[in-house]
Design a protein around this ligand. Structure first.
Ligand SMILES: Nc1nc2c(c(=O)[nH]1)N=C([C@H](O)[C@H](O)COP(=O)(O)OP(=O)(O)OP(=O)(O)O)CN2
Ligand SMILES: [Zn+2]
Length: 146
């Protein structure tokens, strides 16, 4: 006769299931925001129009990754993430990007790097930043691992 095996205790939350899981599961949480800004750009093509001050609507997305806390069920409180995003948005929205300190030439590549730099200390689980100009079909994604 075989000995009955006790069933493992059932996890108390979905987050706990994820944390206890043997498989490598990563949770990603994203928040989007928009900003309108003007800039000039030195380029080898379309030189004149790029050097004139012109504006774009930018859409950005920041992503955090990790395991949700077993007690709160949160990877990061979205309210906190929104308040940090608002701080960075304030530095970019309705600005002449050429005047934004530490941005460099106002490309979408540099905007991704700038947003990362502004958020990485206060949002340590940050793992990706995306900036796009939807109307033009331009998109840049910066993704990294720790
Ligand atoms: N690698 C990159 N190249 C370019 C960037 C950039 O961020 N990264 N940015 C620009 C300019 O912002 C430019 O204004 C966009 O130019 P272009 O792609 O030529 O699009 P339009 O001028 O046609 O844009 P509309 O405002 O929609 O007319 C260029 N290159
Ligand atoms: Zn432009």
């Amino acid at each position: 006769m075989s000995t009955p095996v006790a069933a493992p205790p059932s996890p108390s939350s979905a987050a706990e299931t994820m944390v206890n899981s043997n498989s490598k599961t990563v949770c990603e949480l994203s928040q989007r925001f928009f900003f309108e800004a003007a800039h000039t750009l030195n380029r080898d093509i379309e030189t004149e129009s790029s050097r004139r001050i012109h504006g774009h609507t930018y859409e950005a997305e920041v992503t955090v990754a990790g395991q949700p806390d077993a007690t709160t069920g949160m990877l990061i409180d979205l309210g906190y993430l929104r308040s940090e995003i608002a701080r960075v948005r304030e530095m970019l929205d309705h600005r002449l990007l050429d005047e934004v300190q530490d941005l460099g030439p106002a490309t979408i590549e540099n905007l991704c790097a700038f947003i990362r730099k502004q958020l990485e200390d206060s949002v340590p689980s940050l793992c990706a930043v995306m900036v796009e100009r939807r109307l033009s079909g331009d998109r840049c994604v910066l993704r990294w691992t720790r």
